[in-house]
Every structure is written in C-alpha cells, then in structure tokens.
Design a protein around this ligand. Structure first.
Ligand code: IPM
Ligand code: MN
Length: 354
C-alpha cells in the first residue's frame, strides 16, 4: 500500500482504498469465508488487491476454495496473468539469456470446475449427479455408470465450453498484439486429452488466423522442458487451468523464486483481482522478513490493467533497482526487512517525479 501511495503522490493515479477483513482471522472468529455481502460490495470496486492466503490453523482447501477460487468464479476472472521475467541474478539457469514469458492461464474451467463425485457401492450405487454454477452457465450432468467389478470410483470432470475458450483465445490474441508478439503459444496435452484440447486447438486456430497471429502448439510435458532449455523463445503463452497452475510455479522458480511472482485474476469487463503468486508463508509470518516484491509486482499489474502503463512500468523499474542495489530481504541475499524494502521501492517511485 505504501508503494501505491507513492505512485498516487507523483502521478494521476488516485485511489480510495477500502479494506476488507476477508481471510483466516475472520473465518476463525465467525465461520465466514467470502460472503454475499463481500461479493456485492466488491462488485462495486474497480479492482481488488489481495494479500497472500493460507493459515496452518485452517484445514487445507478451506480458504483456497471458499475465498480464492470462489472469487475467481463469482467475478468471472477468466484470465490469470502470470509473467515470468528473467530477474537476474536470481535466475537459476546456467545461461544468462533474457526472457519475458507472459502466461495467460484460463482461470474458470478445465479440471478446476469442481465437477466431481463418486459412484459405486459405498456411494449408494451407480448414479451420480454433477452440478456446476458459473457466470457463463449452469450445468447439470447425470451419470449412470456400471462397472464390471462393482468397485467404488471417484471422478473429476475437466470441462471446456466453446464460449469460455473463445473469450480466452480472444484475450490471448489481443494481449499478444498489445505486447508486439507475432505468435501465441498454446499449451495442452491434445495427444491424450483429445476432446477438450482438440476443441481448444481448433478455436485458437480460428482466432489467431482472425488476428493475423502465428500459433504454436506445445504439449505440456515438452513445454516444461522448453521453459528450461529455451525460455527466450516464448512470449504470450495460453494454457488451460491445471497445467497453468503447474507451469507457473515452474516459471516462478525460473524467474527467481515465488517471491518474484505477481498474479492477476482478470475479468476484462468486470472486477479483477491482483495477488502475489505465493501463499502466506506462515513459517515466517510476523518476523518482518517476507519478501514484498511479489506484492509490488501484483500492484504493477493492477496499475497496468487500470490503464496506468507508465506507472506500472515504474514499479517494474523500482524492483529492478532494488535488486541492482541489493536492497532486498534475506531470501534474496539482502539484509532489509519487509517494510524497509517497501520503503526503498516507494522512495524510488517518488524519485521518478517529473
Ligand atoms: C494458485 C494456487 C491456487 C490454484 C490454489 C491455492 C487453489 O496454487 O493461485 O496457483 O491452484 O490456483
Ligand atoms: Mn498454484
């Protein structure tokens, strides 16, 4: 916040923050996660700036599903933007080649839909019903399964809808053109998951042709390798939800660690949410040594998405300067505290006043 304050002191960016007590403390006190009141209040905002999530006092999955995933779904934040930038000297590769990969992870469908269930003798028989509720659609699926061995089964359906893939492809093409890229890379596993990713390939083919862009297909396993071997050959990368979750953690490490990763959950027509890619790091909470850079990079994305390109760039340069001058927390080799790094970055911003 100190950094955003500094930006507002020296530029036309002005803001009037309202704080929401959404998180584990309130949950432990009242049992509330993301309530209907939260949702309607947040719907009236221009953007959401979200702290890191996770608390050892709460069972894994509760906060993630009840807050983070719910926010992505109710605000229909269908793009998860995760840049992977070569923050030297933190890049753990032997070759010092600069790269700047912008992952666009689809954020609402695929194996993240919660379209799941059980059938079999322990679950009352062969029938199961799946219901999903999304901004784009509600969907009901009836399953009537019979197995030869009468065993119990668990299932998780990965769904892609034509409309959701089309808006995703549209966004990826516009994003690539804005960045000055000539191609979009689409990551999938279309050699095994043929229907979902086959349809997705076809839609991306049509869209990239419409926008005059090249389209490159990468299987996710080959992509994991290529990110290490030739990261400089990628620009705008579109990836479905689950593979995107995995590849962007690899990307975070590639660019210098989770502490360097910002993440934007974007609804281009609605309320977007910006967060550090990392969790809350409960093991070091309260000690003042957490690296604030990912949160600053999330603020950069917030500014850029709100139309403040130059101001966003300033935060990028401020982070670069804090690495170059060794003004970092101990995890990056420095000896400053969280708030001292924040102050160094804010000071850099203030020094950019024209
Ligand atoms: C992320 C996180 C979340 C995800 C979890 C916390 C549900 O890993 O933002 O990448 O899987 O999307
Ligand atoms: Mn993740």
């Amino acid at each position: 916040m100190e950094v955003l304050d500094a930006v507002s002191e020296i530029s036309s960016f002005q803001y009037d923050p309202e704080f929401f007590d959404i998180g584990s403390d309130r949950y432990l006190r009242t049992g509330e996660l993301l309530t209907d009141d939260d949702v309607s209040a947040l719907k009236r905002k221009d953007a959401i700036y979200f702290g890191a999530i996770g608390d050892p006092r709460v069972a894994p999955g509760v906060l993630e599903q009840g807050i983070l995933l719910k926010m992505r779904a109710v605000f229909d934040q269908y793009i998860n933007l995760r840049p992977v930038t070569s923050w030297f000297p933190l890049v753990p590769l032997k070759r010092e080649v600069p790269f700047d990969i912008h992952f666009l992870r689809e954020n609402t469908e695929d194996f993240y839909m919660g379209a799941n269930g059980f059938f079999g003798p322990s679950h009352g028989g062969s029938r199961a019903h799946v219901h999903v509720d999304r901004e784009l659609y509600g969907l009901d699926i009836d399953i009537d399964a019979r197995s030869t061995n009468d065993d119990d089964f668990a299932f998780e359906i990965g769904l892609l809808s034509r409309r959701a893939v089309t808006r995703f492809a549209d966004y990826a093409c516009r994003y690539a053109l804005n960045r000055g890229d000539t191609k979009v890379t689409l990551v999938d596993k279309a050699n095994v998951i043929t229907k979902n990713y086959g349809m997705q390939r076809q839609i991306f083919q049509e869209k990239t042709a419409e926008y005059g862009l090249d389209l490159e297909f990468m299987f996710v396993d080959a992509m994991a390798m290529a990110m290490i071997v030739r990261p400089e050959t990628f620009g705008t990368v579109a990836v479905p939800n689950l593979f995107g979750d995995i590849l962007t953690d690899l990307g975070a490490q590639l660019q210098g660690g989770l502490g360097m990763g910002g993440s934007g959950n974007i609804n281009p027509e609605g309320v977007s949410m910006f967060e550090p890619i990392h969790g809350s790091a409960p093991d070091i909470a309260g000690r003042g040594i957490a690296n604030p850079i990912a949160a600053v990079l999330a603020a950069q994305m917030l500014l850029e998405e709100q139309g403040y390109q130059a101001e966003g760039r300033m935060l990028h340069d401020a982070v670069r300067s804090s690495l170059d001058t060794g003004r970092t927390t101990p995890d990056l080799g420095g000896n400053l505290s969280t708030s001292e790094v924040g102050k160094a970055i804010a000071d850099y911003v203030r020094s950019q006043k024209r």
